[in-house]
Design a protein around this ligand. Structure first.
Ligand code: UDP
Length: 329
């Protein structure tokens, strides 16, 4: 199998690259190294089946050529992270709209199977416990830059759905707070930030009340499900939530990280205004219902939150990264 992974040097993409090389695929990674790093692929860089291409999904000709040479495409390249979306809103929109359009149209042109990595941000402020794939989106005003990521990804999904009706063989996955080794806190993600802060004995920065609820899923569990879904005939044309059902408040997450690391850190509360700037809106709860993926490919996360945190702590203890420790955004 010749596989193209856009964003293959990123956090999730690098884990997927390793898994598919292990499965015997020939893997081409396309990455512009905006948030990805070749270091993420250090463990597999000598594998004969791996080809690294530095370039952007905004380069339509390059995308066309690489998709033409592939049997399967995993489209993971995207501008990600709350700070990225806030600070580079326009670039993020371009990447997440035009870049995806290039990948999707090329996959359709050459009849190559496509997996689109979408996001739980799609649901916006819908705080139903057990969000289903057909549930409504509840999105704030376009004047609030946070929603631009959700909007762009929703258009991406709409595009894929329309091309699927025109014959594209595609699967869309919505990822809910995927975490684990190699995720950086630099762009806002809470778990690597808290762990980095705790290991440095810096204050943990809880935004808002800390009562907001998330479910964190280990990247290894997510990555196992992606090729399984793409190989499943009945998944083609479908949309699938992938995440954990274990709920935790961000305040409790901070306390668990402090306890697990034996840190002397305090836990500070920071207003959304200070953390993200004007007009930021957060969702108070985001909990997936993943029965569709469970019924079709047996999706069932095997790592609970403690196991996830232990992995992230072990990684950061072994390879501390300066950017994890940023105490303020
Ligand atoms: N968060 C926090 N402190 C941080 C980073 C994030 O309290 O240093 C909060 C953030 O406001 C959100 C939750 O943690 O409520 C998860 O944030 P993340 O950016 O990891 O993912 P999101 O669920 O917002 O996509």
């Amino acid at each position: 199998m010749r596989t193209l992974i856009t964003g293959g040097a990123g956090f999730i993409g690098s884990h997927l690259t390793e898994a598919l090389l292990d499965a015997g695929d020939q893997v081409t990674v396309l990455d512009d190294l905006s948030t990805g790093r070749w270091e993420n692929l250090a463990g597999v860089v000598d594998r004969p089946g791996l080809r690294l291409v530095r370039g952007s999904v905004l380069d339509a000709e390059l995308v066309d050529r690489l998709v033409l040479g592939a049997d399967t495409v995993y489209h993971l390249a995207a501008a990600v992270g709350a700070f990225t979306i806030r600070d580079r809103t326009l670039d993020s929109l371009r990447t997440n709209l035009h870049g995806t359009e290039h990948v999707v149209t090329a996959a359709h042109r050459y009849d190559v199977r496509l997996l689109l990595a979408s996001t739980s941000e799609i649901y916006g402020k819908n705080d139903k416990v057990g969000l289903r794939e057909d549930d409504d989106r509840i999105i704030g005003s376009p004047t609030k830059s946070r929603w631009s990521y959700s909007e762009a990804k929703a258009i991406d999904e709409t595009l894929v759905t329309a091309y699927a009706r025109a014959g594209l063989r595609a699967v869309t996955v919505r990822l809910f707070n995927t975490v684990g080794p190699r995720q950086t806190g630099r762009y806002g993600m809470v778990v690597p930030r808290f762990v980095g802060q705790a290991l440095a004995d810096d204050p943990l920065t809880v935004y808002g009340t800390g009562d907001q609820i998330r479910c964190f899923c280990h990247v290894a569990d997510v990555v196992t499900a992606l090729p399984a879904l793409l190989a499943e005939r009945d998944a083609i044309g479908g949309v699938f939530n992938l995440g954990s059902a274990e709920q935790v408040t961000i305040g409790d997450l901070a306390r668990r990280v402090v306890a697990l690391t034996g840190s002397h850190s305090t836990i500070d509360h920071i207003s959304y205004q200070v953390a993200y700037g004007d007009g930021y809106e957060d969702m108070m709860r985001r909990v997936p219902d993943c029965r569709r993926a469970r019924e079709l490919v047996g999706f069932a996360p095997t790592h609970d939150l403690d196991a996830i945190l232990r992995d992230v702590v072990a990684e950061q203890r072994a390879t501390p990264r300066a950017e994890q420790v940023l105490a303020t955004p």
